[in-house]
Design a protein around this ligand. Structure first.
Ligand code: C2O
Length: 540
C-alpha cells in the first residue's frame, strides 16, 4: 500500500457559462474538481484549506471509512464544517475497495459545484474481470445554476415550495450545444476506431436523475457503485445522484461524431425538469472536424421500463449468498410530506395555511443538530440527538395511493434528530417503502459507511407474501434508487462501528429531512474503543 497526498484549496473561481459570469466555489479553481487516484488499500491524505467565506466539508462518497468514521465528511453528522480560513486533513484507507467513487462537499448545496471523481485501481497485477479497455474516461453528470446555490437552498426552504430547476444539465461541467452560449462549451472523448473504452459514469447532480446514452453505441455495465457486476449490455442507463456505473463502449461504428447525452428522468408527476439534454461527444479520430453529429436517442422522460431493465440487469459478478437470518428488520417509509413548518423555515412562513413541503423517513423529518452527532456521542453531550428512531411507520396504510382517513396524521411529518442504534455485527434488513402522500418519486437512497445487498424491489406496497428476493447474486451498492411508488429491500451487516448517515441523495429531499442516522456500536464500548476522533476534528 502507498500513501497518496492531495492538497484541496477551497476557493472561489469566476466562470462564464450560459452567457453569464459568476463566482463558484471550487477545489483548486477546477470545475469539476481534481481527480483523486489511488489503489486498493492505499491511504489517502487530503489537506482541505478553506479560503472561502462558506462552511465546507468533503465526503468521500462510497468509501466505507472502515474504523475512521470521523473522516466521512458528513456535516453535523461526523464533524462540524471547516470554517472560513481553517483547514482539516482527511486521512483514510480504501480498505478492500476499488472502482469509481467521487468526492463532494457535504454541507448545504455546495455539492453543486464542489465535486470530483475518485478512482481506485485494483492492486498491481490484479486485472479487471473483463477485457482490458484501451483507455478510460471519467464522465460526471451534474447541474449548473446561474444563481448562488446557498441562496437557492435558503430561498427554496423559506418559500416552502419546490426548488427552481437547474439552468443546465452538464457533462464534466459542460452543458453542450443545446444551451445558450454553449456551442463550444462541451466535453469530447476522442476514440480510435476498433478500440474499447471504459467510461466511469458518476452522477454528481443535486436534484436530477439522468438517462444517459451514446448515439448508436451500446453500453455494457461492468461495475456499479464501485463493485463489479455481471456484464450487462443496454442502450441507455439511468443513473441517479450518488450512483456510479462503469460501462464499456466499443468504437465499432462508422467513423463519425456521436453525441453522448444526459437527460432527466421524471419519475413522478411533480418532478421538475428541463426538457433539454446535456451533450458531449464520442468522436472518432479521423471524423471530419466540421461533421454533424449523430444524436443519441433517449427514452421518454418518464420511462420506468428502462429504469427497471437496468436495475434488473445489475447482478454481482460472483455468487454472494446473502445471510438469511435477520437480527434487525426495519420497515421504513421514505417520501415527501407537508408540514406546518420545518426546521429551516423562517418563523413567519410557519403560519402558512397549506403547510410547507417536507420529507421524512417513518414520518420523521431529520433535523441537523448544532454539533455533530459523533462529537455528542463521544462527549456524552445530552440533548443533541435521541435514539428513538422508530422501526416502523406510525401507521400502516396504502402507502402508494394514500390514506384518506388518516391524511392529517400521516402527511404531517414530525421534526427530530432521531438516530437508530444498530448492534455491532448485527444482520440488518431494511425495507424502504416509497410513499405517495404528496407524490411518489424515485429516491436514490445513499448509506454512508457500508454497502448493502439490494435483495429485492418492486412496485406498489411491499407485501412479504409475494415479494421476490435474490439472495444469490444481488448487486452490492451504496445508493439504491427505490422505485417510484414501490419498495426496495436491502441487507447489510452492521460491521463498521461509527455514526452513519442514510439519506436521499436528491439534495432538496435531504434538505427537507429525508434522512436518518445509524449509530453502530455494541453497547459495550465498541465505538468508544476505537481511537478517538483526531484532536483537530472541526468543532462547532
Ligand atoms: Cu454523496 Cu451523504 O452523500
Amino acid at each position: 500500500e502507498s500513501t497518496r497526498f492531495y492538497d484541496f484549496k477551497v476557493q472561489t473561481k469566476r466562470v462564464t457559462k450560459l452567457c453569464n459570469s459568476k463566482d463558484i466555489v471550487t477545489i483548486n479553481g477546477m470545475f469539476p474538481g481534481p481527480v483523486v487516484y489511488a489503489q486498493e488499500d492505499d491511504r489517502i491524505i487530503v489537506k482541505v484549506t478553506n479560503k472561502t467565506p462558506f462552511n465546507v466539508t468533503i465526503h468521500w462518497h462510497g468509501v466505507r471509512q472502515r474504523l475512521s468514521c470521523w473522516y466521512d465528511g458528513a456535516s453535523t453528522i461526523t464533524q462540524c464544517p471547516i470554517q472560513s480560513g481553517q483547514s482539516f486533513t482527511y486521512n483514510f484507507s480504501v480498505v478492500q475497495q476499488k472502482g469509481t467513487f467521487f468526492w463532494h462537499a457535504h454541507v448545504s448545496w455546495l455539492r453543486g459545484t464542489v465535486y470530483g471523481a475518485m478512482i481506485v485501481y485494483p492492486k498491481t497485477g490484479v486485472p479487471y474481470p473483463f477485457k482490458f479497455p484501451y483507455q478510460e474516461h471519467i464522465i460526471i453528470l451534474g447541474e449548473y445554476w446561474m444563481k448562488d446555490l446557498q441562496k437557492i437552498e435558503y430561498d427554496t426552504l423559506a418559500s416552502g415550495g419546490p426548488p427552481p430547476i437547474a439552468d443546465a444539465y452538464t457533462i464534466n461541467g459542460h452543458p453542450g450545444p443545446n444551451y445558450n452560449c454553449s456551442t463550444n462549451d462541451f466535453h469530447q472523448v476522442d476514440v480510435i476506431p476498433g478500440k474499447t473504452y471504459l467510461l466511469r459514469l458518476i452522477n454528481a447532480g443535486l436534484n436530477t436523475e439522468n438517462f444517459f446514452a451514446i448515439a448508436d453505441h451500446k453500453l455494457t455495465i461492468v461495475e456499479a457503485d464501485a463493485e463489479y457486476t455481471k456484464p450487462f449490455t443496454t442502450d441507455t442507463v439511468m443513473i441517479g445522484p450518488g450512483q456510479t456505473l462503469n460501462v464499456l463502449v466499443s468504437a465499432d461504428k462508422p467513423v463519425g461524431k456521436y453525441s453522448m447525452a444526459a437527460a432527466p428522468y421524471k419519475s413522478g408527476r411533480f418532478v421538475l425538469y428541463q426538457n433539454v439534454s446535456a451533450i458531449a461527444f464520442f468522436n472518432y479520430i479521423g471524423a471530419p472536424s466540421n461533421s454533424l453529429y449523430t444524436p443519441a436517442k433517449l427514452p421518454k422522460l418518464d420511462d420506468k421500463l428502462v429504469v427497471k431493465t437496468v436495475m434488473d440487469g445489475l447482478r454481482s459478478l460472483n455468487q454472494v449468498n446473502v445471510f438469511r437470518e435477520i437480527d434487525e428488520n426495519l420497515f421504513i417509509t421514505i417520501g415527501l410530506n407537508v408540514q406546518k413548518c420545518h426546521s429551516k423555515t423562517p418563523k413567519q412562513n410557519c403560519q402558512a395555511q397549506d403547510g410547507v413541503l417536507a420529507a421524512s423517513m417513518n414520518n420523521i423529518s431529520f433535523v441537523n443538530p448544532n454539533i455533530s452527532i459523533l462529537e455528542a456521542y463521544y462527549k456524552k453531550i445530552k440533548g443533541i440527538y435521541t435514539e428513538d428512531f422508530p422501526d416502523m411507520p406510525p401507521k400502516f396504510y396504502d402507502f402508494v395511493n394514500g390514506a384518506p382517513n388518516n391524511i392529517t396524521y400521516d402527511t404531517q411529518s414530525l421534526n427530530g434528530t432521531k438516530t437508530k442504534v444498530l448492534k455491532y455485527g448485527s444482520k440488518v434488513q431494511l425495507i424502504l417503502q416509497d410513499t405517495g402522500i404528496v407524490n411518489p418519486e424515485n429516491h436514490p437512497m445513499h448509506f454512508h459507511g457500508h454497502s448493502f445487498y439490494v435483495v429485492g424491489y418492486g412496485t406498489g406496497n411491499y407485501n412479504p407474501l409475494i415479494a421476490q428476493f435474490n439472495l444469490v447474486d444481488p448487486p452490492y451498492m451504496n445508493t439504491i434508487g427505490v422505485p417510484v411508488g414501490g419498495w426496495a429491500a436491502i441487507r447489510f451487516v452492521a460491521d463498521n462501528p461509527g455514526v452513519w448517515y442514510m439519506h436521499c441523495h436528491i439534495d432538496i429531499h435531504k434538505s427537507w429531512g429525508l434522512g436518518v442516522v445509524f449509530i453502530v456500536h455494541n453497547g459495550k464500548g465498541e465505538l468508544e474503543s476505537l481511537p478517538h476522533p483526531p484532536p483537530d476534528l472541526p468543532q462547532c
